[in-house]
Design a protein around this ligand. Structure first.
Ligand code: NAP
Length: 485
């Protein structure tokens, strides 16, 4: 299908309240993984443009931190209503850039709206503490203070909601922001920023830098004026950022990869378990940090569960996310598709049996892979240990709860664990025994509600949490004030 030039989008950098580009600006392409068509081009920020954005945010900070909380909240409330108006337009670009079905993209913009409303309300609850003094005629209070410039670095799988978690918490607390989105979704970021601009954001309060993670990300991580790094992405890049930012003693919040499991005990409702498994494993084409990539199932019910999971998976339509009825889109790019192929091949070499799928769908496009289920996987196989980020599910058989939980906890990650059981005893034990930031009982692995802390343990994060008011443990610091009267 040919495309006219006018349909193409172009993204520039947003610095100090203006869309900017240099004469010699380099642009990179955003490609639709469903069709391989060009969605548009986006500016690749240089190191000096990173400095300009940080300077703008730093200057804006002196005003924004003294802006009253109701005024900051009013901006978020206005943004929420504009996101509502532009929901479909933004969602279309998200689906074109990273492939997920339009219904999922629309749902994600809904999360942005809910986050803006939630954080607008949380501003009024940035409570401090009154501490009993050890001496007469003295008051002591502790107050939360913003830190300054917060750099938000985000991945492509949730192009806008993860950015909203970080940026809206940072802003309501009085910080200013420099945002570096993933290159695959740079144009979705541009539309997102246009909406924030229209909401009347004071200049410099938020700045958008698209471009290479290595150039922009590294500069942000080493810049002395950046006080916080809030990163969501791979464990490998998170580790690099932690190392780079240590020289300037930045606070760093890391939300990283996962190797999430659904445990199914023999007393589980297998229909409900199959439903939860399929949804968690294959929506967003398995490209979620909380995607279920392991089913740890009691040997006595394995065959029955496997049949049910296969039957439900076969009903899922694979195709272009803009088409009605499609529930599994393409992978984000060809490289990711090849990576999935390699993992499946390795799984077979190590003794796994392909129970469903197991091949690329090159007849419909370069980035499509069949939803794949691999049986006979052992907990030490590569496919049971490493994050794949694709539509691949491994079945691991166990004997009873103890072995199931041992296998569940036997990876370097600790993001999300689900258990299906009708036993109160095992459900309650799982809530305690799972070494993961999220535990779901009789629900799949992917479900985040507003106001509930989100984050992982072990190599899935560094202990910080987003979404709820606990985000302020990252976005503020405590000041203790002694008053003698
Ligand atoms: P990624 O490769 O780590 O990239 C994430 C962000 O970091 C992008 O903006 C990227 O920019 C930037 N970046 C890349 N290399 C960098 C470097 N050397 N220095 C500084 N920044 C750098 O991750 P991804 O492929 O976008 O996303 C998938 C990963 O994110 C998975 O591991 C998934 O589990 C994780 N994730 C975690 C959560 C969670 O909440 N725990 C949520 C969603 C996703 P470029 O795009 O320009 O390279």
């Amino acid at each position: 299908m040919s495309q006219t030039k006018t349909e193409l989008l172009q993204g520039n950098l947003y610095i100090n309240g203006e869309w900017v580009s240099e004469e010699e600006q380099t642009y990179f392409e955003s490609i639709n993984p469903a069709t391989q068509e060009l969605v548009g081009t986006c500016a690749a920020a240089t190191a000096s443009q990173v400095d300009a954005a940080v300077n703008a945010a730093s200057t804006a900070y002196s005003h924004w931190k003294n802006t009253s909380i109701p005024e900051r909240a009013a901006f978020l409330t206005k943004a929420a209503s504009l996101f509502e108006d532009k929901k479909e337009e933004l969602a279309q670009v998200m689906t074109k850039e990273m492939g997920k079905p339009l219904t999922e993209s629309i749902g994600e913009v809904g999360v942005v709206i809910a986050t803006a409303q939630y954080m607008a309300g949380e501003g009024r609850r940035l409570f401090g503490e009154i501490v009993p003094a050890g001496f007469p005629d003295r008051d002591i209070k502790m107050v939360r203070e913003p830190l300054g410039v917060v750099a938000c670095i985000t991945p492509w799988n949730f192009p806008v909601s993860l950015a909203s978690y970080k940026m809206f918490a940072a802003l309501i607390a009085g910080n200013t922001v420099v945002w570096k989105p993933a290159s695959e979704v740079a144009l979705s970021a541009k539309i997102f920023m246009e909406i924030l601009h229209a909401a009347g954001l004071p200049k410099g309060t938020i700045n958008l830098l698209t471009g290479s993670g290595r150039i922009v990300g590294q500069r942000l991580a080493t810049h002395s004026e950046v006080k916080v790094i809030s990163f969501t992405g791979s464990t490998e890049v998170g580790q690099q950022l932690a190392e780079m930012s240590s020289k300037t003693l930045k606070r760093i919040s890391l939300e990283l990869g996962g190797k999430n499991a659904v445990i199914v005990l023999k007393d589980a409702d297998l229909d409900k378990a199959a439903e939860g498994i399929v949804k968690s494993a294959f929506t967003t084409t398995g490209q979620r940090c909380t995607a279920a990539s392991r089913v740890i199932v009691d040997r006595s019910v394995k065959e029955e569960l496997l049949k049910k999971v296969i039957a439900l998976t076969e009903e899922m339509k694979v195709g272009n996310g803009l088409e009605q009825g499609v529930v599994i889109g393409p992978l984000v790019n060809e490289q990711q598709c090849r990576l999935v192929e390699d993992y499946v091949q390795k799984a077979v070499e190590e003794g796994g049996n392909i129970a469903l799928g197991g091949r690329a769908l090159s007849e419909i496009g370069a980035c499509y892979y069949m939803p794949t289920i691999i049986d006979n996987v052992h907990s030490n196989h590569t496919i049971a240990q490493e994050e794949i980020f694709g539509p691949v599910l491994a079945f691991i058989e166990v004997n009873g709860y103890e072995e199931a939980m041992r296998v569940n906890n036997g990876t370097m990650y600790g993001l999300s664990t689900s258990i299906y059981t009708s036993s109160l005893h095992y459900a309650s034990r799982a809530a305690k025994d799972a070494v993961s930031g999220l535990v779901y009982i009789n629900n799949g692995t992917s479900n985040a509600e507003m106001g509930v802390a989100f984050g992982g343990m072990k190599m899935s994060g560094n202990g910080h949490r987003e979404v709820s008011h606990h985000a302020f443990d990252v976005m503020t610091e405590w000041k203790s004030v002694y008053t003698n009267y």
